[in-house]
Design a protein around this ligand. Structure first.
Ligand code: ADP
Ligand code: MG
Length: 291
């Protein structure tokens, strides 16, 4: 995790500046835009949004890497109806390379299957840590978008990913407990220095209810954190989303359903913007503490 990475970075620093040369810059480094899909509370639609957003970006010709970092709950593969043999955990423990686990699940859309893994970073030796850092950094260069489906909650595991992302999509529902947990997440991310957080209200009864819940969150954020927060989208509760999810058919869904239509419009907005990460270094250079 990032905090563990920080410890390791300190160790590298203590070894002297010349001890661990940074990997040589390559063409296109840092152009990949990283998006962490997160929430304060589970079951709010993170995995569904990650998958549908990834698929929508892939449809407009963006090369997408979906990374399942909801440790212990590798849900994307379940929604896709696949059972990969190897996952990020195998990469971290050195059983295989990242290139061996990434699979194309739809044209332009690739999945790095998850399971517990990144939390083991603190147990590996420095040489392997450096190899992993280089591997993930060069992997990222091949994609336009990196979408990370993180777990829920404000633990280090989740915030370790979200704090370094170019954009955090914070999913909440109108449920009061979801809103309270969303507020806790905003607070932690702002404290960690990532204010590029945009809220997606999911499972709203209608637009009005979605806006009302966002306004409540915004009032709290402005009052107590003295910072703005923006609304990214309102997605309504639709039986069809639930049905298609159960049938593992999200990738086959059309735009007749509001969820897919709205997310597809979001993807077009995102796809039209140039990533700012080129100037700030790619996601993994920050995550592994090399930037
Ligand atoms: N807008 C929606 N309308 C109806 N059901 C939804 C909607 N969004 C998500 N769901 C359903 O809610 C459940 C939880 O979604 P999921 O994406 O797994 O959440 P998370 O990853 O946050 O735990 C799934 O059964 C999913 O199909
Ligand atoms: Mg999930």
């Amino acid at each position: 995790m990032s905090d563990q990475a920080e410890k390791l970075r300190e160790m590298v620093g203590a070894m002297g500046a010349g001890a661990m040369p940074a990997p040589a810059p390559k063409r296109g480094q840092g152009r990949c835009k990283s998006i962490a899909v997160t929430s304060g509370k589970g079951g709010v639609g993170k995995t569904t949004l990650s998958l549908v957003l990834g698929a929508s970006l892939a449809k407009i010709d963006k090369k997408v890497l979906l990374m399942d970092v909801d440790l212990g709950l590798a849900n994307i593969q379940i929604l896709l109806g696949i059972a990969p043999k190897f996952n990020i955990g195998h990469v971290v423990t050195g059983k295989c390379a990242i290139g061996d686990i990434v699979m194309e699940v739809a044209p332009n859309m690739f999945l790095a299957p998850g399971a517990s893994g990144f939390e083991q970073l603190s147990n590996i030796d420095m040489g392997h840590f450096e190899r992993l850092r280089a591997e993930f950094m060069s992997l990222e260069e091949n994609y336009d978008f990196l979408i990370m489906d993180t777990g829920a909650g404000i633990g280090n595991t989740v915030t370790g990913f979200a704090r370094h992302a170019d954009l955090v999509l914070l999913v909440m529902t109108p449920d009061p407990s979801s809103m309270a947990d969303a507020y806790a997440m905003v607070k932690v991310l702002y404290e960690k220095g990532n204010t590029n957080v945009a809220v997606v209200v999911n499972m709203a009864a209608n637009e009005g209810e979605g806006r009302e819940s966002f306004d409540k969150l915004r009032t709290m954020v402005e009052k107590f954190l003295k910072k703005p927060i923006r609304l990214y989208a309102i997605l309504v509760n639709e039986r069809e989303v639930l049905r298609l999810g159960r049938k593992q058919l999200h990738l086959a869904a059309g735009e007749g359903v509001n969820f897919y239509k709205t997310v597809s419009a979001l993807a077009k907005r995102l796809g039209g913007h140039k990533s700012e990460s080129a100037a700030r270094g790619g996601f993994f250079s920050k995550f592994f503490g090399g930037a």
